[in-house]
Design a protein around this ligand. Structure first.
Ligand code: GLC
Ligand code: CA
Length: 558
């Protein structure tokens, strides 16, 4: 495997609307990100991915772009953006923006033109199809519920395709002119000095051009549109072209949001000459998703499945490339709530989870607030903002689940849990804004916040700082970045353990991920305890006695 500049780095995702507000309108902004660069630098962050800040009607919080060349005024100006790129670079931080090109916004001029004249040049920028006697061309169901087809206003039998909300029409990648426009735009941004892009929903860009129905998978007679990603071929041609045109010339980091990539073709995606630099390791993180709807998701994350998927994925990737490891992002609940039973939430469980994640092979990718232990909020139905959440509530209720239980299910799984304002202090609105925050603040900000945690050596924040410093230290950086991954104690109850090994070092991370004490029989001669989340490590001969949620990294010098 070729070594890359980003392999030994630490990355962090910002959800800009909820990060830090400098002008009191209740919405996070670019100036707010600039203001917090020193904080991110001190945490040890090298790469920042910022969710979309382009001009947008915000139907899906910026994942519906109406102008790829403009910053939405809600976030500031293009000058602010240029400043952010420059000032971040001065602190050794590369900025990644979010590339949303499976679809644009229904307010984009291309789409407006297409609606005015569906048979004109802009019509072919989208997928506009004739229906079957006034009915949708296929039975595909959009990610946010309902048909993927919406009638073109003023026409009885013409429809346009939207894999997500109807305000997010899919762009026609088969049209060379569209691809050229997209590549030109990416290069324009790369020229500004970006480190690269995170690439949204990219597996959806290749459609089934035979426009055939799928076997219905619900009482609505529809079938989930993602299923066509498993049927179609040829997506690689588009992705390779984009890589060559937009990322190779800049040595840019391209991180695909690519789900459902089959194992036998993983190499094409993230191998040395893959379409992307890397993709997110979703499988281990999504072990709780036992069906397609929230009501089929488990709560909390089942330990055995999470461990099994992690081991499987780490071994698979080792021979293929490098993935980005996450426990949370803006599309799912807080990791501290998902992975840890509510009654066990606390310093030891959160720090143990952090160690399990950060010592793995791959690019550690934190989500804002993870480093202070932010957790899920308790919701009332009318407080939700996210359209996926509201749709999932309806699905649950329609299937016969009581309103009370439906609220509890979506309360756990709602993406809004990750989108509450970042908790900077114990002051009003968690120090996020002087105005009224666009989303409710999690009530636990009085104890979970940056300012107070900075002052306390034993806080989660300071633990994360030490853990990141450990990962990046002269001594352990090499083995933690490139060392082989070897699962240990794979069948022992609630023990999450693995080794990282290279020619010079053998490290073992051993964690008791439960509220009961436990012990393991050590097989190797580990001489040193090199990283811990408790003050004391107890060994009796070859026995390692583990307290609840104790995690240790041991070293054997080779
Ligand atoms: C991706 C984004 C998600 C968005 C969707 C549509 O999955 O992460 O937030 O809703 O794409 O753009
Ligand atoms: Ca603001």
């Amino acid at each position: 495997m070729k070594k890359q500049w980003w392999h030994d780095k630490i990355a962090y995702q910002i959800y800009p609307k909820s990060f830090y507000d400098t002008n009191g309108d209740g919405i996070g902004d670019i100036k707010g990100i600039i203001k917090k660069l020193p904080y991110l630098q001190k945490l040890g962050i090298d790469i920042l991915w910022i969710s979309p800040m382009f001009r947008s009607p915000m139907v899906d919080n910026g994942y519906d772009i109406s102008d790829y060349y403009a910053i939405d005024p809600m976030f500031g100006t293009m000058e602010d953006m240029d400043q952010l790129i420059v000032q971040a670079k001065e602190r050794g931080i590369s900025i990644l923006m979010d590339l949303v090109v499976n679809h644009c916004s229904s307010e984009h001029p291309w789409f407006r033109e297409a609606m005015k004249d569906p048979d004109g040049p802009y019509g072919s920028y989208f997928y506009i199809k004739d229906g079957k006697n006034g009915k949708a061309p296929t039975n595909w169901r959009s990610y946010f519920g309902g048909s993927v087809w919406e009638k073109v206003p003023g026409y009885d039998n013409k429809f346009y395709l939207h894999s997500f909300a109807k305000e997010q029409p899919d762009l026609n990648w088969e049209n060379k002119e569209v691809r050229e426009k997209i590549y030109e735009m990416i290069c324009w941004w790369m020229e500004k000095g970006l480190g690269g892009f995170r690439i949204d929903a990219i597996m959806n860009i290749k459609k089934d051009l035979t426009w055939s129905d799928l076997p219905a998978d619900g009482p609505d007679g529809l079938a989930d549109v993602y299923k066509i990603t498993g049927k179609v071929t040829g997506i690689g041609d588009f992705l390779m072209e984009m890589k060559h045109r937009c990322f190779d010339p800049y040595d840019g980091l391209a991180i695909g949001e690519a789900m459902f990539v089959k194992e036998d073709i993983l190499k094409n995606f993230i191998g040395d000459d893959g379409y992307f630099s890397t993709i997110f390791a979703f499988e281990p993180c999504h072990a709780y998703r036992k069906g397609k709807n929230y009501k089929e998701y488990l709560w909390p994350q089942p330990f055995d499945d999470w461990r099994k998927e992690t081991f499987h994925n780490q071994k698979l990737i080792e021979s293929t490339g490098f993935e980005a490891n996450i426990i949370e992002n803006h599309d799912q609940p807080r990791g501290a709530s998902l992975f840890i039973p509510e009654e066990d939430y606390g310093f030891y469980s959160v720090s143990a989870l952090a160690m399990i994640m950060i010592c793995q092979r791959g690019l550690p990718f934190l989500y804002q607030g993870q480093e202070i232990g932010m957790s899920n909020r308790k919701w009332k139905l009318d407080e939700f903002n996210d359209l996926e959440t509201l749709n999932q509530y309806e699905i649950a209720v329609k299937s016969g689940i009581s309103e009370e239980n439906a609220l509890s299910i979506v309360g756990h799984h709602s993406r809004d849990n990750a989108r509450t304002p970042m908790q900077w202090s114990h002051e009003m609105n968690a120090g996020f804004s002087d105005g009224t925050p666009w989303m409710p603040v999690n009530e636990n900000y009085r104890t979970v916040n940056v300012e107070d945690e900075e002052k306390e050596y034993g806080s989660i924040l300071n633990f994360y700082r030490r853990l990141i410093a450990f990962r990046k230290s002269e001594e352990y950086r090499e083995v933690l970045t490139y060392g082989k991954f070897h699962p240990i104690y794979e069948t022992q109850d609630h023990i999450f353990a693995y080794e990282r090994i290279n020619e010079k070092k053998r490290l073992a991370l051993i964690c008791n991920f439960s509220c009961q004490p436990s012990e393991v029989e050590l097989k190797e001669n580990y001489e040193n305890v090199v990283f811990v989340n408790y003050e004391q490590t107890t060994m009796q001969g070859k026995k390692l006695i583990l307290k609840p949620y104790e995690a240790v990294v041991l070293e054997e010098s080779l």
